[in-house]
Design a protein around this ligand. Structure first.
Ligand code: NDP
Ligand code: 8X3
Length: 251
């Protein structure tokens, strides 16, 4: 298969790239950090003998997204799976204290960027009458928590769009799946708390959080089912987290 993964320079995207490479699939990997992206592609090619094509773009840049997908050769355009993963949280603040710039970045990345990628890639799947889009949602798209306001709103949007895409792409034979993880130890919290590592580590205090590999294994599993089977939605958390509110911390 050809698997395209956005946000493959760290966290879930990088772990998904490794899982799909290890199972013999060719990859189109995207991100903004050029050196990291090249490093990931080169390492996977060396270790697994697959081909990994780096595509450098910011998902917020509509033109860049469509041009990057348009630039693919005929061979690479036959994308079987899209892991629509690139995203972030910025800040964890009360609504009245939050930065509007953080809101803009989250909405532009998690909603608009997410849409540009899905639109550009589904256009290549439609003529083939098949394909699988796996959208990275979150438990934050299931329940709103204090100081989650706009990040939660972007993930509620992903939940709605996942359902909408599943319905509207049905007639084209395209599978659409949401994987909604709870707390997972990636670069996510360092980004959210803008480099404040002590705040970032607190998120995982007293629990054994999900790892990027746990999520990658689930994403990969969804792609291994028979052609007539589609998982629409998976919510997954670590053992000590039931949902956005209930976390049993052993401190
Ligand atoms: P990481 O910070 O480890 O990875 C995020 C990835 O997204 C990076 O590869 C980054 O690449 C890419 N990215 C961010 N912004 C952009 C952009 N504007 N354009 C292109 N690429 C971008 O976080 P995770 O792996 O944890 O997060 C992946 C997804 O999972 C996100 O959508 C997140 O909301 C979601 N999620 C995370 C959870 C968690 O607890 N970790 C739980 C539930 C959902 P680069 O910087 O190179 O551009
Ligand atoms: C991230 C999940 O609960 O850390 O999407 O905000 S949480």
């Amino acid at each position: 298969m050809i698997v395209m993964i956005t946000g493959a320079t760290s966290g879930f995207g990088k772990a998904c790239a490794e899982k799909f490479a290890a199972t013999g699939h060719h990859l189109i990997l995207t991100g903004r950090r050029k050196d990291r992206l090249k490093e990931v592609c080169n390492s996977l090619e060396d270790r697994f003998g697959i081909t990994a094509l780096p595509l450098l773009f910011d998902v917020r840049d509509q033109q860049a997204v469509f041009e990057a997908v348009e630039s693919l050769s005929a061979e690479w355009r036959a994308i079987d799976v899209l892991v629509n993963n690139a995203g972030l949280a910025l800040g964890r603040d009360y609504f009245d204290e939050a930065q509007v710039e953080d809101w803009n970045t989250m909405i532009d990345t998690n909603v608009k960027g997410f849409l540009y990628v899905a639109k550009a890639v589904s256009a290549l799947m439609i003529p083939r009458g098949k394909g699988h889009i796996i959208n990275l949602g979150s438990i934050s798209g299931k329940e709103v928590y204090e100081k989650g306001n706009v990040y939660c709103a972007t993930k509620f949007a992903v939940d709605a769009l996942n359902q909408g895409m599943r319905i509207d792409l049905l007639r084209h034979g395209i599978k659409v799946t949401a994987v909604n993880p709870g707390a997972a130890d990636t670069e996510f919290s360092s980004v959210r708390f803008k480099g404040d590592e002590s705040a970032a580590r607190k998120v995982y205090e007293g629990i054994e959080p999900l790892t990027a590999e746990d999520v990658a294994n689930t994403v990969h599993y969804c792609t291994t089912l028979p052609p007539h089977v589609c998982i629409n939605d998976i919510t997954m958390t670590c053992l000590r987290q039931a949902n956005s509110f209930y976390v049993d911390r052993k401190l």
